[in-house]
Write a protein that binds this ligand. Structure first.
Ligand code: CA
Length: 228
């Protein structure tokens, strides 16, 4: 029943990336490798990952800065790889909020064990989100299932609903949703968001008339109910 945990590895040294990928595959994970930081945002928008293994010394952006960007939008656990033990204080500090770190050189077995431990520790966060469990996202096909029924969604409806499902309980303002979902937010008006939410609700009601998983926070925005 449980799908394989998908792990994003961001590491520019091919030998290290290959070793990690092999070790994680062997332990039943589904790893995906990137050799620099710039494609990470696009990757996360398209595919749901359970954890990120992030090298601090990347060629295009520091792993620490990248972590900050990721944390604005996602609650994904992050394990840092670092070659310098003096970086550790910054990494585990509250400011960055890494879930764990591994100092190079490390054994792939050790890293895999850390991955498993962090996933175990962070699992209740995901399982507590009851409403999100009613949905399944097929990111490759940009499709969302609701109680196993495939929803017919427009591009914006898909992106909006996906945003809610990734962060159950979080209240998104209309401005924030615009920023996350629309390419040129300034060209649209606030109520565009409202119109799309109304459509999404109608489509969800067509599947289950008795529940409304999207909550309106008056004067603020919208959120996915944490529990149905
Ligand atoms: Ca590196």
């Amino acid at each position: 029943m449980r799908m394989k945990h998908r792990i994003l590895i961001v590491e520019d040294e091919p030998a290290i990336a290959d070793t990690i990928q092999y070790a994680l595959e062997t332990d039943g994970f589904e790893p995906v490798c990137l050799s620099c930081g710039s494609p990470v945002a696009g990757m996360l928008a398209e595919t749901a990952f359970d954890l990120i293994v992030l090298d601090i010394g990347l060629p295009d952006i520091s792993g620490i800065d990248l972590c900050r960007h990721i944390r604005k939008d996602y609650d994904i656990p992050i394990i840092f790889l670092t070659a310098r033990s003096d970086e550790v204080d910054r990494v585990v500090g509250l400011e960055i909020g890494a879930d764990d770190y591994v100092i190079k050189p490390f054994s792939p077995r050790e890293l895999s064990a850390r991955v498993r431990a962090v996933l175990r520790r962070t699992a209740p966060r995901a399982e507590a989100s009851g409403a999100a469990a009613a949905f399944r996202i097929d990111a490759l096909r940009r499709q969302i299932y609701y109680f196993t029924t495939l929803l017919t969604l427009s591009r914006f409806e898909y992106d909006l609903l996906k945003t809610f499902i990734h962060r159950p309980g979080q209240v998104f303002t209309r401005d924030h949703l615009m920023e996350l979902v629309w390419d040129a937010p300034e060209a649209s008006m606030d109520r565009t968001v409202d119109a799309h939410i109304k459509n999404i609700r109608a489509k969800l009601r067509a599947v289950r008339a008795d529940i409304d998983p999207i909550v309106t926070h008056r004067g603020t925005g919208y959120a996915l109910r944490e529990n149905l």
